[in-house]
Write a protein that binds this ligand. Structure first.
Ligand code: PLP
Ligand code: LYS
Length: 416
């Protein structure tokens, strides 16, 4: 559920007509609902109930510091994959002791900073990374808390680009080899083994693959126990899907209750790293129709939003709902491709959409709160959009639209 609803024939974000936001801040523009972020975070926190747990929101989904701050105020932890994400969490008032650091290519300076601020755990993805982290910690006279990210070889049943738990994926350590790698970690003086971690993919719409992965990880937990390696936590990663179109993903409550049932009798703190399921439906992207271009072959609505603003449709052929902010009741319904101004054939936000449109109409791309702005770029030298947070009847500009001056600020003409 979200807080983007129609009242009196027009779309509202919480208590604010979306049209007002477009008039005030222009388009394209991302609009987030604070109440939706809060609701989604609480859905996880409540679902995990009395079981010792830590919800670490995956910063990569939407890393605006106002979003992180809203979640930090609720007690959220954070899953990060770079020093940039760590600094964002700190700037947003997040608690570093609730941060887990994932990613296959952590650099020494990133490890140093994370150790300095005292993150909860490093999710280590290879032997080489274990050695590097041990070295960095040794030089600082510290002990780094670690878990190994294991690759359980389960098929997440999702898009191949966002499936991460198969043997052929670059992520994690083969679960069969994990006991040996834990032994190795145990022998390294500046590492402290805390847990185990796995993340099998994104936009999963069934609980089954999570449970399969969990079963395999629990076998590993028992093998390690027999070897005298006692784990304190189990991090199941993120990956729960959302409804973009016809999908019917489980609610966090259903997902969590099945997982907790399997953990009965074990003293394992459960960590989760949800990104999309917290952020996606907490945001929309507003875009305006520039021109209607109806040809013999196809009808195009040329809009002012493009693949550089929202990449998912171009990159994954992802389908996102696109709705008029003020639906027209009269006029001709046609089947449009909604295309942006970027010079790429793949620049579209939606294809074959039946809409009644006129130039100047305002559209909202739904479910754009996750992997939307976070994946935006300046391709074609386009300024990245503004981001606005709605809170009841209040509007907050949480990132101003970029300017051309911002874009060229780091560049320099060579002398002569
Ligand atoms: C390690 C890790 N944790 C958490 C996430 C968040 O995933 P999602 O947004 O699907 O919940 C990702 C991205 O897939 C990830 O790679
Ligand atoms: N960027 C992807 C998800 C990637 C998940 C990150 N591990 C998407 O938009 O669906």
């Amino acid at each position: 559920m979200d807080y983007f609803n129609y009242t009196d024939g027009q779309l509202f974000a919480e208590n604010v007509p979306v049209e007002t936001i477009a008039s005030e801040f222009g388009t394209p523009c991302y609009v987030y609902s604070r109440a939706t972020f809060e609701r989604h975070y609480k859905a996880y926190d409540n679902a995990l109930g009395d079981h010792p747990h830590l919800v670490c929101y995956a910063v990569k989904a939407n890393s605006n510091i106002a979003v992180l701050n809203v979640l930090a105020k609720l007690g959220s932890g954070f899953d990060i994959v770079s020093i940039g994400e760590l600094e964002r969490v700190l700037a947003a008032g997040g608690d570093p002791s609730k941060v887990v650091f994932s990613g296959v290519g952590k650099q020494p300076h990133e490890m140093r900073r994370a150790l300095e601020v005292g993150v909860h755990c490093f999710n280590v993805e290879s032997e080489a990374e274990l050695y590097r982290l041990n070295d960095v910690a040794a030089k600082m006279g510290l002990v780094a808390p670690i878990s190994l990210r294991v690759n359980p070889d389960v098929d997440a049943g999702t898009h191949p680009y966002i499936s991460t738990g198969l043997k052929e994926n670059k992520f994690g350590i083969d679960i069969q080899r994990a006991p040996d790698v834990y032994e190795l970690a145990k022998g390294l003086k500046n590492l402290a083994i805390k847990g185990v971690d796995c993340h099998i993919g994104s936009q999963l719409t069934e609980v089954r693959p999570f449970l399969d992965a969990l079963d395999r990880v629990l076998v590993l937990v028992d093998i390690l126990k027999d070897k005298g390696i006692e784990l304190k936590h189990l991090d199941l990663g993120g990956g729960l899907g959302v409804r973009y179109n016809q999908e019917t993903p489980p609610e966090p409550s259903e997902y969590a209750s099945e997982i907790i049932a399997k953990l009965k009798g074990r003293e394992l703190t459960l960590i989760m790293e949800p990104g999309r399921s917290i952020a996606a439906n907490a945001g929309i992207m507003l875009t305006r129709v520039e021109f209607l271009k109806c040809t013999e072959h196809r009808d195009f609505a040329v809009i002012d939003g493009a693949m550089n603003d929202l990449l998912r449709p171009s990159l994954y052929s992802a389908w996102q709902d696109i709705v008029p902010v003020k639906p027209r009741v009269t006029g001709e319904k046609r089947t449009y491709d909604l295309v942006g101004p970027v010079c790429e054939t793949g620049d579209f936000l939606g294809k074959d959409r039946e809409l009644i449109l006129e130039a100047g109409d305002l559209l909202a791309v739904r479910s754009a709160g996750a992997y939307g702005f976070a994946m935006s770029s300046n391709y074609n030298s386009r300024n990245r959009p503004a981001e606005v947070m709605v809170d009841g009847d209040k509007l907050h500009l949480i990132r101003q639209r970029e300017s051309i001056a911002d874009q060229i600020a780091l560049e320099k003409i060579i002398a002569e």
